[in-house]
Design a protein around this ligand. Structure first.
Ligand code: KG4
Ligand code: ZN
Length: 353
């Protein structure tokens, strides 16, 4: 293997079919992301439809990424694929494809943890996005606050007790009749409304919480969603809902962003590290990035991926695979034992007691 390995990354954990060809840590030679639109009419991802759609396009998505890179399968040094967490049928498509190719080529297969990959996304375009940092991972399935002293060592400070941040965006968008996925549509409509029009609760955020309290770093978004729903029912009964949708969207977005920033800043204060990295689909949120940068101030550093690398993509999978490859990847064909795991444990994660 040369100094800079050529890695193929495959992502099929949810509703994006994606493949990337990455040379070393940051040379993205080819990248394809196909977002499935079959789910739009259901207001959420339908697992069986997702698996079938992945299966239909996986060959073409990988071929197309390789073509863009001007590379052939035989030139790859390793293959990385998301093994979990995610939808079992969807994961199986990408991982099985990767296994077959790695086996045929006699090259290592790296089973990648989807959330660890989100941590690496920002570093592809921004080489300075390296630990130590406080990391906020916010996606459709997870909300985690981490202290990351170095790659491969992740201390879990807090996580959601119920809905993930992205899930809250998706559910509230559905309640407001705005479609799926919720984050981008709420971001689009919010500037037409007043974020102070409704005061929605900032769940699990009170001034009297102290470090060590069980809810100091944890999140909860389910009550906030219910609060929006109740307000919507009232407005509907009064026949005033239509005109209030922008105000509701803006006020809801402000509540989520407020909680995410406040909890992250607690970790910044406690660790004394003013370097923050955000990752996951919700990291594409402009209001979140702006509010976080403001809270950190001029002496802080905020790292976030470009929107295309924030939501699910194969590039971050290739980047995370490279990390594990360089740390000591499987050098034989034992990777045939690798299996898709919807509940895959986060490698290197320790829960703070
Ligand atoms: O990481 P991701 O692509 O998939 C999962 O791993 O779940 O995250 C998808 C989530 C969705 O819930 C979507 O609504 C949210 O990211 N999202 C956003 C924005 N763009 C995507 N949330 C808020 N603001 C955005 N601009
Ligand atoms: Zn994701």
């Amino acid at each position: 293997m040369g100094a800079s390995p050529l890695v193929l990354g495959i992502e099929t954990s949810c509703d994006e079919t994606s493949a990337a060809v990455l040379r070393g840590t940051s040379e993205l030679l080819g990248h394809r992301i196909l977002t499935q639109d079959v789910h739009e009419v259901y207001g959420g991802v339908v697992p069986e439809l997702a698996s079938r759609a992945h299966l239909r396009v996986i060959d073409d998505v990988v071929d197309s990424a390789l073509a863009e890179a001007g590379k052939a399968l035989g030139e790859l040094d390793a293959v990385g694929a998301t093994a979990g967490p995610g939808l079992i049928g969807a994961l199986l498509v990408g991982l099985t494809w990767a296994k077959a190719v790695a086996y045929a080529l006699g090259k290592p297969l790296v089973a990648v943890h989807h959330m660890e990959a989100h941590l690496f996304a920002a570093s592809i375009d921004e080489p300075a996005a390296q630990p130590p940092f406080v990391a906020l991972l916010v996606s459709g399935g997870h909300t985690m606050l981490l202290w990351v002293p170095e790659w491969g060592r992740y201390e879990l400070l807090g996580e959601t007790r119920d809905d993930a941040a992205g899930e809250a965006f998706d559910k509230v968008a559905k309640i407001l009749g705005l479609g799926y996925p919720g984050g981008p549509v709420i971001q689009r409509i919010a500037p037409e409304g007043d974020p102070k029009a409704y005061h929605f609760p900032r769940p699990m955020l009170t001034r009297d919480q102290r470090p060590g309290d069980p809810d100091y770093y944890d999140f909860s978004f389910s009550g906030l969603k219910t609060s929006v729903l109740n307000r919507v029912r009232h407005l509907e009964a009064e026949g005033r809902l239509a005109g209030e949708v922008p105000n509701l969207a803006a006020s809801f977005q402000a509540a989520v962003v407020g909680v995410l920033v406040a909890k992250t800043m607690r970790a910044v204060e406690e660790t004394g590290c003013r370097r923050v990295l955000i990752g996951g689909g919700v990291a594409a949120s402009r209001p979140l990035r702006t509010a976080m940068a403001e809270a950190l101030g001029a002496d802080g550093q905020l790292y976030y991926p470009a929107p295309r690398l924030a939501t699910d993509n194969g590039a971050m999978i290739a980047r995370a695979a490279l990390f594990h490859l360089e740390r000591g990847a499987p050098d034989d064909l034992a990777h045939l034992d690798v299996s898709a795991r919807p509940d895959m444990p986060f490698p290197g994660l320790v829960r703070r007691c």
